[in-house]
Design a protein around this ligand. Structure first.
Ligand code: FMN
Length: 371
């Protein structure tokens, strides 16, 4: 019988399914629910020293539906970090560790670019007994105006400095959460790992505009007639998240082989999770999925992942973690490999060169090139 249990940066998790920072970890009540349902760890909603500066609006979510009009495939939010005072959070962290001593509780923290502020938030959260930190360098809206969140994550030099401040005070594992709103995600990832962070979490939401209402002609989500670009999540972002995890896992393998990766973005099934693990993730996080399907979805996630492992006769997550990284190469190498195969056996019915496309068989030819 395979096991989902894993040890990541010294933290013992019963399974790799982690609640991502956001509404599903927004107070003690919901965090306790997550542990009761059997999630492997919980990352609480991001906290800061002065919650009075955090003012949310409503509506703050907008959804993209599939053609059936029902299934939600994309989700935009303009929600900020937690608007609850840090003193209340500290009490809840302590109570949570009393209630669930075995539960891995990670505090997500964010501050302005100031050494004292970062050291203070690390020390106050750490004293409460949390098991680890996630540094939110990635919120794409609202906070960049205060040079927080994605504004830091997009600048490897600032990120190096902030991670060094955190590491000077942290005695527990630290994961740096990356923004996808950057061309080369490995650059800030390298900065965080070189500064001593134990792991990388990726990705946060993708900066987006959900759409424009064609009756009112106003963009959505509409707040007093206006909006601001937000963060895109849910299954539509999974291919982008997988690509970014591939890039970070490749970096970790080459330069920081003892560090960890937590994959995030559109995970809703055990099969989705298996793909992140195959691309080198140690754990996977779920946020919007929980908002769509509820905390109990972890039972199906665990069962699906175990079934995948049984099918391939994998006993532990380590047996297949990073397995598929070996099968990425350059486009030039794909051309070379295909030319070799074609010279051995000429493929039939498949377009080999652009001149072979036919108007009559266009759809069939397009299908034959997929996969
Ligand atoms: C409504 C909402 C609020 C979020 N709040 C936070 C947050 O406070 N801190 C954070 O690091 N990420 C936050 N996130 C980002 C998620 O943790 C996650 O990185 C992202 O949504 C992609 O994962 P998903 O597709 O499973 O939702 C939030 C996401 C959503 C949808």
């Amino acid at each position: 019988m395979p096991t989902l249990a894993c040890t990541v940066d010294g933290l013992k998790l019963p399974n790799p399914f982690v609640i991502a920072s956001g509404p599903p970890g927004t107070n003690l009540n919901v965090i306790s629910r997550a542990f009761r349902e059997g999630w492997g760890a919980v990352i609480a909603k991001t906290v800061s020293l002065d919650a009075s500066k955090v003012v949310n609006v409503t509506p703050r979510y907008a959804k993209l539906h599939a053609a059936d009009g029902r299934e939600v495939i994309g989700w935009e939010n303009i929600e900020l970090i937690s608007d609850r005072p840090l003193s209340i959070w500290i009490e809840e962290f302590k109570k949570c560790k009393d209630l669930h001593p075995e539960g891995i509780l990670i505090a997500s923290i964010m501050e302005e670019c100031n050494r004292d502020a970062w050291v203070e938030i690390v020390e106050r959260c750490q004293e409460s007994g949390v098991d680890g930190f996630e540094l939110n360098f990635s919120c794409p809206h609202g906070l960049p105006e205060r040079k927080m969140g994605a504004a830091m994550g997009q600048d490897p030099d600032i990120l190096t400095e902030v991670c060094q401040w955190v590491m000077s005070a942290a005695k527990i594992p630290v994961w740096a959460k990356m923004t996808p709103n950057i061309t080369h995600i490995e650059e800030p990832s390298r900065a965080a790992l070189a500064a001593g962070c134990q792991g990388i979490s990726a990705i946060n939401t993708i900066r987006s505009v959900m759409g424009v209402n064609l009756d009112t002609l106003r963009p959505e989500p509409t707040v007093e007639g206006y909006t601001t670009p937000g963060g895109y999540s849910s299954k539509a972002i999974r291919p982008i998240a997988l690509r970014m995890c591939l890039e970070i896992a490749t970096l970790i393998r080459a330069e920081f082989p003892d560090r960890s990766l937590s994959g995030i973005g559109g995970i809703e099934t055990g099969a989705d999770a298996a793909q992140f693990l195959l691309l080198g993730a140690n754990t996977v996080q779920v946020c919007t999925g929980v908002m769509k399907f509820g905390y109990e979805m972890v039972k199906a996630l665990r069962a699906d992942l175990l079934a995948f492992m049984e099918k391939h006769q994998f006993e532990t997550l380590a047996d297949f973690r990073g397995h598929s990284l070996d099968y990425f190469t350059t486009h030039a190498d794909l051309v070379h490999r295909q030319a070799e195969r074609k010279s051995a056996k000429k493929a039939t019915g498949i377009v080999q060169a652009d001149g072979e496309w036919s108007g009559d068989k266009f759809v069939e030819q397009s299908q034959s090139l997929s996969r």
